[in-house]
Write a protein that binds this ligand. Structure first.
Ligand SMILES: Nc1ncnc2c1ncn2[C@@H]1O[C@H](COP(=O)(O)OP(=O)(O)OP(=O)(O)O)[C@@H](O)[C@H]1O
Length: 244
């Protein structure tokens, strides 16, 4: 089986075990360029493990992961790390910011690690903080921010280096109900506007509602047919790309 030209990420037959206990069983999927794909399913079904394997953070016991024609599963650890730094963004369910750095310094980290100059990295990071409605927080440290502001800074950090794809593992889990929809909308609108592909794990309807397509896991296996959940044509995207 081969990837279609529109597939940016492609996985076949993934198996993963945590300490001998199977978490993924023969999972295959493809992610199209520019798509927002939701990985849904009940708690413990393997969503985080799947995102870990797709993003090169975890090495599957069996199976293949191809990104943009590159076989992640055969790359050395250092080559995978380089690829992750250059082309991938990550948003976890906890913001995981460095407490000693300001918001803009946190958001600028991937740019600085990629070799950008200090001034250019600062300008780009601050632009992203503005787009994500936390521009006023640029000089503040994470400890002085609300959880929803910290998560926006983490999203800015994931997007600032213009990755090809962002993996977001339950990015709204720690937020209050009122903040959840807004943070999700901010992430997905920014991604659509900048043509960044997103793989999003979550188990509530809000997450599936912002995605173009949803794949479901149960007990480590992919089940059912894909469900399209939002308009994927140019009209649908345009409607979602007005503000960020
Ligand atoms: N580090 C680990 N060590 C041992 N078992 C683990 C580890 N991480 C996950 N598991 C187990 O692997 C299975 C899949 O976990 P995973 O976190 O991928 O699921 P999930 O769908 O993301 O869950 P949640 O919705 O609760 O985040 C679960 O049974 C979980 O208990």
């Amino acid at each position: 089986m081969v990837a279609a030209p529109e597939d940016l990420l492609w996985a076949r037959g993934l198996h993963y075990e945590h300490e001998g206990s199977p978490a993924l069983r023969d999972v295959s999927l493809e992610v199209r360029e520019g798509e927002i794909l939701c990985v849904a399913g009940p708690r413990g079904c393997g969503k985080s493990t799947l995102l870990g394997c797709l993003s090169g953070r975890l090495a599957p016991g069996r199976g293949e992961v191809w990104f943009d024609g590159v076989p992640l599963h055969t790359l050395s650890e250092s080559a995978r790390e380089r690829l992750r730094l250059d082309r991938f963004g990550w948003v976890g369910s906890e913001p995981q910011l460095l407490p000693e750095l300001t918001a803009w310094e946190n958001a600028a980290l991937p740019l600085l690690l990629a070799g950008a100059g200090h001034r250019a990295a600062r300008r780009t990071a601050c632009e992203w903080l503005e787009r994500l409605d936390v521009g006023d927080c640029a000089r503040m440290r994470p400890g002085a921010l609300l959880q929803s502001q910290r998560q926006r800074v983490a999203i800015a950090r994931a997007l600032a280096h213009s990755p090809a794809i962002v993996f977001a593992d339950e990015p709204t889990a720690p937020l209050h109900q009122a903040d959840r929809a807004q943070v999700l909308r901010t992430l997905t609108t920014a991604a659509r506007t900048h043509r960044i592909t997103v793989v999003l794990a979550g188990h509530d309807d809000r997450v599936t509602a912002v995605a173009d397509r949803t794949v479901t896991l149960v007990d480590g296996r992919r089940v059912g047919a894909d469900s399209p959940t939002a308009p994927t044509g140019p009209e649908g995207r345009a409607a979602c790309s007005l503000s960020v």
